[in-house]
Design a binder for this molecule. Sequence first.
Ligand code: G3P
Ligand code: MG
Length: 245
Amino acid sequence: MELNTKVMGHRGAALLAPENTLASIRAAVSAGATWVEIDVYLIAEGGLVIFHDDQLDRCTNGSGVTREARPTDIAALDAGSHFSADFAGEKVPTLLEALECIQSLGLGLNLEIKHDTADVDTIVPAVMAMLRDHWQDNNKLMISSFNLAALQLCYDIGDQRHLAPLYEFVPEDWAEQLASIKAYSLNCDYLNLTQDQAQAIKAAGYKLLCYTANDPDAVAEYWAWGMDAVITDDPTRFAFLSNQQ
Ligand code: G3P
Ligand code: MG
């Protein structure tokens, strides 16, 4: 895969529309993004939804533990009003709804696997099966996670997906971790990344993505360090890069 973008919308485009909704994915397109990052979360009854938080409260009109909510409970929630009245009635998408939306728009997808540690064995096979059945183009798909065990299970399942460990702080043994899953990319918090780390990651042959950059000036020097793409809540702020792609 050749990553054909420098800008990925974060949670769709979280500053432009309610995060991790279909409206947010469409907003990312309107903002010029050709890839989006979204979070997939395991709920009760084996359901897979696009959601970030352990609790329902911040992003919906519901409350309680996300993991314990049933698909019918989630489907009844309003995930738009917390952002603005313009998005009242916006739903928490299922993974399937998001995959269909993203492909219909011709976007690339960075799918971040969220989970409780104990759920890796449940969420990863379910996500991989969903992708096998409902995602067409492997060259437009990256799977990321803060949990290396989740990515190791993706790797062991053997569908040869493009895997991307996520780090808040790049660990000492990042090279061993990436090699163990034949990773495609290292995705990290730009705030804690050093130039030496960036250059070593690039020298080892990996893509380097940085989150969550909403100020182009804050990451301006990172391009020279080898950063391949930013993950941003507002792709319009990086529109000046589009003629460089
Ligand atoms: O993929 C980058 C970013 O989404 C990771 O952090 O917490 O926003 O999912 P978070
Ligand atoms: Mg995420």
